[in-house]
Design a protein around this ligand. Structure first.
Ligand code: 1GP
Length: 245
C-alpha cells in the first residue's frame, strides 16, 4: 500500500507542484488549530506534515487525531523521534540523515521504530534527509549532533542526494532547517534535481510566495513551510487556491 507516495508520483507526472504545511505539535496551541486548519484548507496546500525536533510524548498522537477532524489532506509524519510515530497519520517519512555521520540518525532510530511500525497501518516512505548550512545553527544540527553540508560545495550535496537514491530511498529532502536565514539556494535545488529520478522535497526558511515559486522553478516537487505560517497565518491568504491555480 503506497497510496501517498503514488499520489506524489502521479501529481509530478501531471506537472503539479506540492506544498506541505508543517505543524509542530509543541508550537501549535489546541485553541488555535481550528482557525489555522480553516485557512490551510483554503490554500494550495496539498499535504500536512506533523513533527518537530523536541516534542512531548503523545503530543503528536493527540494533534494528528485533531487535525484529521479538520481536513481530508494526507497527514504525513515528519518525526524528530520514534515517540512521534502514531498510527493516526497516513504516512511517515522514514528519515535517514544522510548528510551526517551519526549512526543513531542513519539507522539507530529506525531499528527502534520497527516495534511500532510492524503493527501500524502506516505507509512508510524511506527518505534521504540532507541538511544544508543556512547561516545559523538549526535544531536538527543540535539534536542530531551532526554538521550540515556546506552550501558552497554543490557537488558534494548532489552526490549525497544521489547516494540516497542509489541506496533505494524514495524521496530526497533538502533541508535548510526550520527558521533558516537562507533557504536552500536555487542552484543547489536545480543541480540536485537534474541528477535525481525520485521526487525532491525542499524546506527550511521559505517565507514568501516568491521564494516558494523560485524553489518550484528550480525543481522542487514538494516544498515544506512551517515557520512562515506559525509567525503569520495571513501568509495563507497569499497562497489561496484561486490565486495560484
Ligand atoms: C523544517 O523544512 C521545514 O524542517 C520547514 O522549515 O519552518 O523554516 O518553514 P520552516
Amino acid at each position: 500500500m503506497k497510496a501517498i507516495y503514488n499520489n506524489i508520483l502521479g501529481s509530478i507526472s501531471e506537472g503539479k507542484k506540492l506544498l506541505a504545511v508543517l505543524i509542530d505539535p509543541d508550537k501549535m496551541k489546541p485553541e488555535d488549530l481550528s482557525g489555522f486548519m480553516q485557512k490551510l484548507n483554503q490554500s494550495v496546500a496539498t499535504h500536512v506534515f506533523v513533527g518537530g525536533s523536541a516534542v512531548n510524548e503523545h503530543a503528536t498522537e493527540i494533534l494528528v487525531a485533531e487535525i484529521k477532524r479538520y481536513t481530508h489532506l494526507p497527514i504525513v509524519l515528519f518525526p524528530g523521534d520514534v515517540t512521534q510515530i502514531t498510527n493516526h497519520a497516513d504516512a511517515v517519512l522514514f528519515l535517514s540523515l544522510i548528510s551526517g555521520d551519526n549512526p543513531e540518525y542513519l539507522i539507530g532510530k529506525h531499528i527502534k521504530a520497527v516495534s511500532k511500525l510492524k503493527y501500524f497501518d502506516l505507509e512508510v516512505i524511506p527518505t534521504g534527509y540532507v541538511l544544508i548550512e543556512n547561516g545559523k545553527q538549526t535544531s536538527v544540527e543540535k539534536v542530531t549532533k551532526t554538521k550540515p553540508l556546506s552550501r558552497h560545495n554543490t557537488q558534494h550535496i548532489v552526490d549525497t542526494a544521489k547516494a540516497g537514491e542509489l541506496l533505494g530511498m524514495q524521496l530526497i529532502y533538502l533541508e535548510a532547517g526550520s527558521g533558516a536565514i537562507h533557504p536552500v539556494p536555487t542552484e543547489i535545488i536545480s543541480f540536485v534535481k537534474q541528477e535525481l529520478e525520485i521526487p525532491l522535497i525542499v524546506g527550511g526558511g521559505i517565507r514568501s510566495k516568491l521564494q516558494l515559486e523560485n524553489a518550484y522553478n528550480s525543481g522542487a516537487d514538494l516544498v515544506v513551510i512551517g515557520t512562515a505560517f506559525e509567525d503569520d497565518e495571513n501568509f495563507f491568504d497569499e497562497l489561496k487556491k484561486d490565486t495560484l491555480e
